[in-house]
Design a protein around this ligand. Structure first.
Ligand code: DAH
Length: 340
């Protein structure tokens, strides 16, 4: 039995010193000290020894057990430390790595263009004013010299709320509101949403944006209008871009013009965007009709003024060479986030 004990002691201590993980230690512990373990078995067999042998053998078994337990504890602490360090290393966080990128969103190209327009005109001393999108017929039509049954009403497929109320078909009613409430000098721009019962296609949408401009003072002439719009074109699209006035008709201006900008895509050479003409129509403009001034309470003998109305989407399409209005409204982020 003594030999057996020595053998166990040496073998187990050797096994322990070679053990590579806490689970292996546990396995050894159970096989030696567990209920069915080797040493436990020996202790049980003590009954068969001669009574005088028992104390010494008991003592020996206990020595071996203590030696093994001590080693188990020492080795266990060592292995735990090693395993903890390995785990810490595996879970290590590199605080110097860049964080996940967060998208801050981007401006809609239409709004980028509109903001730039506002910036250019406020830079020339204009004030931004707004009016309601649900508008009285009175401001949307009557005060702009478009009486009931006037053919110009047909050209603006109007959404009627009731007999006297419409979704504004243009931003021009804001002019009328300003003229009826302020005295000259007046220098305002009026950006906003407008509505027309149009089918959506490459160049039409039932909701779109306009920016109205209105200047009224003494001695305002068409040359002021032309100079203002040329300066706008230069600032918006760069040197070499100017305006071309074509005679036109609007009930609220006299004379009236449709205004084209040099095609920013081909700089006037002619391309697909401008259908070979070198020009793109972007706004309507003219000298405020004296009759409109009068209806709005401004003396046309003393004052004159000009007005213009931009299609904001058109300005944006032209600025970014976007071929189809639908791109602005489909909300495909892959498209929209290209613009800064
Ligand atoms: N209101 C016109 C439209 O919607 C555009 C326009 C033309 C506005 C001439 C003006 C102007 O202020 O003077 O088509």
């Amino acid at each position: 039995m003594e030999n057996k004990l020595r053998e166990i002691r040496e073998r187990v201590l050797a096994e322990l010193s070679e053990a590579r993980g806490t689970s292996k230690l546990e396995q050894i512990r159970v096989s030696v000290l567990g209920k069915k373990g080797e040493l436990t078995g020996l202790l049980r067999g003590m009954g068969q020894l001669a009574p005088e042998e028992r104390p010494r053998m008991g003592q020996l078994v206990n020595d071996v057990r203590r030696a093994i337990e001590e080693e188990l504890e020492k080795k266990g602490a060592e292995l735990k430390e090693i395993e903890k360090n390995a785990r810490l290393e595996a879970e290590a966080v590199d605080v110097t790595l860049p964080g996940p990128e967060r998208s801050a969103g981007s401006m809609h190209p239409m709004n980028i263009a509109l903001n730039r327009m506002v910036e250019i005109f406020t830079g020339m001393g204009y004030e931004v004013v707004e009016g309601p999108e649900v508008e009285y017929d009175h401001y949307n039509f009557e005060l702009l010299n478009i009486p009931k049954n006037h053919p110009a009403r047909d050209a603006q497929d109007t959404f009627y709320i009731n007999e006297n109320t419409v979704l504004r078909t243009h931003t021009s009613p804001v002019q009328a509101r300003i003229m009826t409430t302020r005295k000259p000098p007046i220098r305002v721009i009026c950006p906003g949403r407008v509505y027309r019962a149009d089918e959506a296609d490459a160049t039409h949408s039932p909701v779109f944006h306009q920016m109205e401009g209105l200047v009224i003072d003494e001695n305002i002439t068409m040359a002021d209008l032309k100079g203002t719009l040329d300066e706008f074109a230069r600032q918006m699209y760069g040197e070499g871009i100017s305006t071309r006035f074509r005679p036109s008709f609007f009930p609220f201006t006299e004379p009236s013009a449709e205004v084209d900008l040099t095609c920013a895509n081909c700089h006037g050479a002619g391309c697909r965007m401008c259908k070979g003409t070198g020009w793109i129509e972007v706004l309507g403009a003219g000298m405020v009709n004296p009759h409109v001034l009068e209806m709005c309470g401004i003396d046309p003998k003393k004052y004159s003024g000009f007005a213009f109305g931009f299609g904001v989407e058109r300005v944006a399409l032209l600025r970014y060479n976007i071929p189809n209005l639908r791109y602005l409204y489909e909300n495909d982020l892959r498209f929209l986030t290209q613009y800064r």
